[in-house]
Design a protein around this ligand. Sequence first.
Ligand code: NAD
Length: 474
Amino acid sequence: MTSLAPPLTLQETFNRLKVRSGVLRNEPLSSRKKRLRDLESWLHANRERIRAAVHADYRKPFLEVDTSEIYPVLSELRLALARLNQWAAPVKIDAPLSYLGSRAEVRFEPKGTCLIIAPWNFPFNLTLGPLVSCLAAGNNAIIKPSEMTPHTSALIKELATEVFEADIVSVVEGGVEVSQQLLDLPFDHIFFTGSTAVGRVVMEAASRHLASVTLELGGKSPTVIDKTARLEDTARRIAFGKFLNNGQTCIAPDYILIDAAVRERFLTLLKKEIRNIFGDGQDISEQSASYSRLATPKQYHRLNALLADAVQRGAHADPLGPSNEKERFMAPVILTDVPPDAQLWQEEIFGPLLPVESYTDTAAVISRINKGPKPLALYVFSQDRAFQEQVLQQTTSGSACVNDCVLQFTHPHLPFGGVNHSGIGKSHGHHGFLAFSNEKSVLRQKNGFAGPYLLYPPYTKGMKKIVDALLKWF
Ligand code: NAD
């Protein structure tokens, strides 16, 4: 009679990875590349499984799964494979005169065993993207995908078993409790993507072991449109960037501040573009093959409560289609005249509600943005270079994009991340590699006489002259 071994506890799984991480640091780059290539092959061979899983979770259109879940991971993989030799090579550092004769370099060593905690929006991309950087930097990882997208999470677990050894990538499914048990373990680095509130919990847990963290968080991303903006392009780009993934995108425009002179024309164009992109020219119906569902019933109720609150306080709501609780379907809703005390100004909207507010004074726009927590992204639509620069220079945000939105996320060479409330640390491409690497300084001293000898005690009068020169010149 054969008996199945009991599943490993989280501690045992962690211990196994920890032992392997000691071996990984001595492996050649070719082993890391093999893992990345194996993952790349799996993605190509399993495109239909990925599409089916994400679609089952929230009816995300198949082509959107290709472009926003699979392609970004492939693009990370290709870049890492092409640049890994360069990224991992030690960087020689020039010595100042006082270090004459010594040699210095920075080496990039793996941090060790990492924890990746992922959210439910873009559930495949935001789990596998960080994993690429983690493996490229020579680490191993435990992944905790979101419990809110069970089909995708189950597939990620299958992927890990089909592609990697158990002590290279291990996937642990589960909710808050499991996440908290994982956070009790002494990981070398924690890469968390999710809400600002949970980001705090993660940082507090990390502080117990002094684990380094990358926190990719959320927040309200403002979008400013002045009267010189090309309104057709602006409306088309915002319609896509805001309602892609049913608005459940961390960098989606959260609200619009628009010059009062062009508000009415913009609203007309915006509605036209939303209907063109997601409804074939009509209102967005449940039959639309281009429009996602809300991921969870909780999301549906939260967004409807935000909408009801705004309307009850006097906002005007313009829905471009129906809303259906059973289907978790919510068509885009444009809101105008939303009073300042409405709840939707207090929290990240993260759904298909778009408040549009007009302004007459640029300084007031900037001061309004600066009153809130620092945003993850900020968008400016304008043909006026001075206006663009004024907004960019006088505000702070994790990223910014001029005359488009969301696109900065997919640029392979730009760092991605927030600032303070919207995140700590950067990811993507080389920046992701660095996030998972310890930049170790190595200094080699020469034999015989060395510059620092001049500063060794005894502290004589002669030495004072040397110190005076040091303070003044070196
Ligand atoms: P969330 O913070 O609720 O959950 C994220 C992960 O943390 C999940 O795996 C969840 O199981 C776990 N978790 C939840 N509560 C926890 C707790 N108390 N202790 C430990 N772990 C816990 O986020 P979400 O609802 O899945 O995602 C939406 C949020 O993520 C939005 O705020 C959005 O802006 C943000 N986000 C940011 C980025 C980015 O790159 N900056 C990308 C996507 C989403």
